[in-house]
Design a protein around this ligand. Structure first.
Ligand code: SAM
Ligand code: SF4
Ligand code: SF4
Length: 333
């Protein structure tokens, strides 16, 4: 087990397996010019499995595949089945925009995927289109969630990024749609990841306002965290019809417990979602480094970690420093 300078262990590894996407959500990858990686600059499956194995040796218990849109990576099931065979992690999950889930849910389940998170920012087709950059089809995503349910993913997490004035009037509709089902909706404060989204504080709706809105219709009760480092604050409906979560990186930063490492599609280790750059693991791998050498590099990087961007955000914004940040679609959410 390794810990960083703030005594935070390394517990989760998020692996971005592709930087491309079939959506253009304005808060992540707005329509425009983006340069994407060529196939041979992405980590291949052997390299991903090797690195995941080494991270597990250092204490990682949870693996999550993300992107870009991970279901666009050809033969993802093959990668899932290899990761599912690793002994050590107790969780293998995937975050997806859900657009390809009707085709993929059964094969992913068979391959050994344990959990799925689907992003869904609106139910109203026009608002959904706006939130997905005119690319997405809400019915396709809702069918994808059904397909996941039928394939045996008992409880799907539904991620909703809230942009003030754009999809906030969908909050209660989304709550109503999933209330009483086994699925759990999590509302995410719009974050200043990357730079291409031109984030403005005025576009953020604070979780406390969302909680107030939901509580007025369906009374809520705060729950205790399931484990140290849980990013979502959980609230149960008082009438027993399930729960909702809130991820409040802007108004209630949770850096103190952040134990997530991120591996970018091109094999860099990022120790924070808001980092400028990461430590290249692909170059050593491709130049024949031994497992021990790579373990050393990861250990050194994590042990030197001091990141707490969200807790320092206000001063960075005021001083206009830390203006270079990796894009979300390059390292995954
Ligand atoms: N394409 C997949 C998807 O959308 O679920 C996986 C990758 S996406 C980058 C992972 C998560 O990050 C999604 O739930 C997305 O809504 C969230 N996300 C992207 N940009 C964000 C932002 N600026 N603020 C908050 N969440 C964001
Ligand atoms: Fe694509 Fe996901 Fe980013 Fe939307 S949030 S553009 S679906 S990677
Ligand atoms: Fe973790 Fe960085 Fe987010 Fe803080 S800002 S919670 S250190 S990823």
């Amino acid at each position: 087990m390794i810990s960083d300078k703030l005594n935070r262990p390394i517990h989760d590894l998020r692996i971005s397996i592709i930087d491309r996407c079939n959506f253009r959500c304005p808060y992540c990858m707005p329509e425009g010019r983006h340069s994407f990686l060529k196939e041979d600059t992405r980590l291949n499956f052997d390299e991903i499995v090797r690195l995941a194995t080494l991270f597990v040796k250092l204490g990682v218990k949870k693996l999550r595949l993300t992107g870009g849109e991970p279901l666009l990576r050809p033969n993802i099931e093959n990668l899932v089945s290899r990761l599912a065979q690793l002994s050590g992690p107790n969780d293998l999950a995937l975050t997806t925009n859900g657009s390809l889930l009707t085709e993929k849910a059964v094969s992913l389940k068979r391959a050994g995927l344990q959990r799925i998170t689907v992003s869904l920012d609106a139910l109203e087709p026009e608002i959904f289109k706006t939130m997905s950059g005119d690319k997405g089809n809400v019915l396709g995503v809702l069918n994808g969630i059904k397909a996941a349910e039928e394939a045996g993913f008992f409880s799907v997490k539904i991620n909703v990024v809230v942009k003030k004035g754009i999809n906030d009037r969908q909050i209660l509709d989304i709550v109503e749609y999933f209330r009483g089902t086994q699925h759990v909706v999590r509302f995410i404060e719009y974050m200043d990841v990357g730079t291409c989204n031109h984030w403005q504080l005025e576009e953020v709706l604070a979780s406390k306002d969302i909680i107030r809105m939901i509580d007025a219709r369906y009374p809520l009760q705060a729950q205790v965290a399931n484990y140290r480092g849980e990013v979502s604050s959980r609230y149960a409906f008082e009438d027993g019809k399930g729960e909702v979560g809130f991820i409040s990186s802007i108004t209630q930063p949770f850096c103190g417990d952040c134990s997530r490492a991120r591996l970018s599609t091109d094999g860099k280790l990022f120790t924070c979602l808001f980092a400028k750059d990461g430590v290249d693991l692909k170059i050593p791998i491709r130049s024949g480094a031994s497992d021990n050498e790579i373990l050393d590099l990861i250990t050194k990087t994590w042990s030197a970690r001091t990141d707490r961007y969200s807790e320092e955000r206000a001063s960075f914004i005021k001083s206009q420093t830390h203006t270079q940040k990796i894009e979300m679609f390059q390292i995954g959410g």
